[in-house]
Design a protein around this ligand. Structure first.
Ligand SMILES: [Zn+2]
Length: 115
């Protein structure tokens, strides 16, 4: 999966905040920011949809690999990814599909310890 529903919703919500901030800045004479709840719900659905479609079309699939999980002690599919915001040293992290444990992978994960 490229992004979870929670991730999509969070990104769409932040993008909508930026959208409304830009609209408000464009009308400095406005002193309120009212918007009716039904229209806001429709806008939220449209934004979630737009982000979902954009992610589907533009975000590459994350690589996955079977690894031994030190947390749940099973061999499970791990999603490989990087935390660019957390470390800039190109460490590859692996998230366990069974218990969600997220850890940096080591050379032992790749070779099974046989190096
Ligand atoms: Zn696990």
């Amino acid at each position: 999966m490229k992004a979870s529903a929670q991730q999509i919703e969070a990104i769409a919500e932040l993008a909508m905040e930026q959208f409304w901030a830009f609209v408000a800045e464009s009308f400095p004479e406005a002193t309120t920011g009212d918007f009716p709840p039904p229209e806001n719900a429709a806008f939220t659905r449209a934004a979630d949809n737009a982000v979902t479609i954009w992610v589907h079309l533009n975000v590459p699939d994350k690589p996955a690999r079977a690894l031994n999980c030190p947390s749940c002690k099973k061999t499970t599919i791990h999603t490989l990814h990087q935390h660019v915001e957390r470390d800039r040293c190109r460490t590859i992290w692996a998230t366990c599909s069974s218990c969600d444990n997220d850890r940096p992978i080591t050379i032992n994960d790749i070779t099974g310890g046989d190096l």
